[in-house]
Ligand binder design. Structure first.
Ligand code: 13P
Ligand code: SF4
Length: 325
């Protein structure tokens, strides 16, 4: 009898001594075959500690790269090598882009734009004392030029752990504005954004509030600042799972990629979840499916490896983040 694709994956997983990690935005069927599903921070912690020989990373490139940086002795597979993150690609060492700054000691962003054409290297020269906080949604090379990483789950904690008053924050302007609002630091922010989250506007918020007057509104910090200000809870994908589970409310509007709806509904069958917009789909996250998970494992292909010189420096930035409580 012909084996099902799921059975084939599970059998090969055993043979290869592999673990499957899936981000919360993955397709439902990919989440179902994963050993762990989580947000970027949770998955990095697991990748750093795992005893398996092979990590199949069902997510996007920077996530698999981080796993390989943290666990270089493991073989890390990315089922589709085209699964990138456009926001991560918005900052390279030499890209010129707008730069924004929050007002020092002034707790109410918005920020002002002070440059149209700076590179990351320019910023390092202008602010020699300011540490670079790199969102994990960056390439290994950019992490190697950074002091510490952060995720959407810990950005405020990471920034507050630094003694400096000025902080360079790359690449997400929205996350940086949120950090400026919630810390006492002056944030120098790169002009990057996530095309999935940045499309939500206040009009979407108002419409959702009218359609679902009893629902609490949760937003990912990659959403625009004014959307975050109008939300009931701003948190990472796994933060939303926790918030919805612990809340005594029954209805929630979900301001993030729709892949999270699967876990929200599965783990809270008595509650109702409404997507903020039905088109909040990250095409890169959807590039992974059962067929390419199977072929990656079968052929041990699409191995993610970071050159050692870059890896060692990038690991310092990730390790600093992971060492925080
Ligand atoms: P989380 O870290 O909240 O899972 O988000 C990752 C991401 O890519 C959001 O777009
Ligand atoms: Fe990148 Fe946005 Fe997709 Fe997350 S949802 S991987 S930030 S493009």
């Amino acid at each position: 009898m012909k084996m099902s694709i799921v059975d084939e994956i599970l059998k090969l997983k055993e043979q290869r001594n592999a673990v499957i990690l899936a981000h919360n935005y993955q397709r439902d069927e990919v989440q179902d075959i994963a050993d762990y599903t989580g947000d970027s921070l949770e998955l990095s912690r697991i990748a750093a500690k795992t005893d398996f020989d092979v990590i199949v990373f069902c997510g996007v490139g920077f996530m698999a790269e981080s796993a390989s940086i943290l666990s270089p002795q493991k073989t890390v597979l990315l089922p589709d090598l085209r699964a990138g993150c456009p926001m991560a690609d918005m900052v390279t060492i030499n890209t010129q882009r707008n730069v924004w700054a929050s007002f020092s000691g002034y707790r109410e962003p918005p920020m002002f734009r002070f440059s149209h054409d700076h590179t990351l290297m320019d910023l390092l020269a202008i602010y020699p004392e300011a540490p670079v906080v790199a969102y994990v949604n960056t390439t290994a090379e950019v992490k190697a030029h950074s002091d510490i990483c952060c995720t959407s789950a810990n950005v405020v904690r990471v920034i507050e752990s630094l003694p400096n008053q000025q902080i360079i924050c790359i690449p997400d302007k929205n996350l940086s504005m949120w950090a400026a609002k919630n810390t006492n630091k002056q944030i120098i922010a790169w002009d990057g954004f996530c095309h999935v989250h940045d499309r939500i506007t206040l009009i979407d918020v108002e419409r959702a509030r009218v359609e679902h007057p009893n629902a609490l509104l949760m937003a990912h910090p990659e959403c625009r600042y004014e959307v975050l200000e109008a939300s009931d809870k701003v948190t990472s994908t796994s933060g939303m799972l926790k918030f919805a589970k612990e809340s005594d409310r029954l209805e929630f509007i979900v301001g993030t990629e729709i892949g999270l709806m699967y876990r929200l509904k599965k783990e809270n069958p008595d509650k109702i979840f409404y997507p903020m917009r039905k088109d909040m789909v990250c095409p890169n996250m959807k590039k992974t499916h059962l067929e390419n998970v199977l072929s990656a494992l079968k052929e041990m292909k699409n191995i993610i490896k970071v050159p050692e010189e870059i890896r060692v420096k990038a690991k310092q930035a990730l390790d600093r983040m992971l060492s925080l409580p």
